[in-house]
Write a protein that binds this ligand. Structure first.
Ligand SMILES: [Zn+2]
Length: 316
């Protein structure tokens, strides 16, 4: 049997119960926040989001070649304007999570989001991997991102989505410290919930994401990797439609995450158009920004709204 090697993390099978329980309890899903009625008496809620990363994905990795940056530039130059036109055509709001560097590269776009009635929210400074940052760096970059979006648009964001869709050991404390009212990076439920830290409710609302409801895993590729995406956009659209239909039956939330440089292409945007046609054909759906959804979810915490039974208690 090999001896324990110094410097290596302790194998998980050696952990004591307090250790593995401690890891699990650090950040946990608390109360499910589905009110008994959505605003306007709607049966279900729809929260569309777009992560306007643009050039920050290659920049984050130190990739500065014109070819890589051009793929991101497409998102700002072509994708975002098309998306704004599509949302205006359907008359529905969305939330745009934008890294601050992306907003500084495209200030008119950042302002167009808020001027069109959408929400602009924090998505890191340069799409940094918060899991690799020290506590002070993470806090400073998040604060700087918040101030940058505020200065560009005159509106202080209330929501955040971490670029890595994950929490470091400092992320939750940073969010609470900077006054965010909701996060949208975790995946413990289909419906909004309250984040619980080490057994204590935090008051922070989580609007969960999932890779299933994200365009990037289906369509993006690493040029020098062996794996090539092969998803037909309409097949992906069918997944999202099934997600919406089930959320509608449950009386819950359909949340979607798209990227202008991914979904903005002609053969893909058609899928979003068809999805919006399908959803808006239902007259009892409430389209909300993530901030509006978080505010409504919070009425359950405040005790000003009743709670619906969990989906598992209503549908098979
Ligand atoms: Zn992103």
């Amino acid at each position: 049997m090999p001896a324990e090697e110094p410097g290596l993390p302790e194998e998980s099978w050696r952990w004591t119960e307090p250790t593995w329980r401690g890891h699990v309890d650090a950040v946990r899903a608390g109360r499910r926040l589905v009110p008994d009625r959505w605003p306007g008496g709607a049966r279900a809620a729809v929260a569309l989001s777009f992560d306007s990363d643009h050039e920050t994905i290659p920049l984050r990795d130190g990739e500065t070649s014109p070819g890589r940056l051009a793929q991101g530039e497409y998102g700002a130059r072509v994708g975002a304007p098309r998306i704004l036109r599509l949302l205006a055509h359907h008359g529905v709001p969305a939330t745009f999570f934008m890294p601050a560097v992306s907003a500084l590269l495209h200030p008119e776009e950042a302002r167009a989001y808020t001027e069109d009635g959408h929400e602009l929210a924090v998505h890191g400074w340069i799409h940094e991997r918060n899991m690799l940052l020290g506590r002070e760096d993470e806090r400073e970059l998040t604060a700087r991102a918040l101030d940058t979006l505020d200065a560009l648009t005159g509106r202080r964001p209330v929501g955040i989505r971490t670029p890595s869709w994950d929490f470091s050991g400092s992320t939750l404390a940073t969010m609470l410290d900077l006054g965010f009212t909701y996060d949208s990076s975790l995946m413990a439920d289909d419906e909004p919930y309250e984040i619980v830290a080490e057994g204590r409710p935090t008051g922070l609302v989580e609007i969960p994401v999932d890779w299933i409801r994200d365009d990037a895993p289906y369509f993006t590729m690493d040029r020098y990797g062996a794996v090539r995406p092969h998803s037909r956009p309409r097949d992906v659209g069918e997944i999202w439609r099934d997600e919406f239909d089930a959320a509608y039956r449950d009386g819950g939330v359909f949340q979607l995450t798209l990227h202008p440089h991914v979904i903005g292409h002609r053969s893909r945007l058609v899928v979003l158009r068809e999805l919006l046609d399908h959803i808006t054909a239902h007259h009892d759906v409430w389209f909300a920004t993530h901030a509006q959804l978080a505010d409504t979810a919070r009425t359950v915490l405040d005790g000003t709204a009743g709670t619906r039974p969990a989906p598992s208690e209503r549908t098979p």
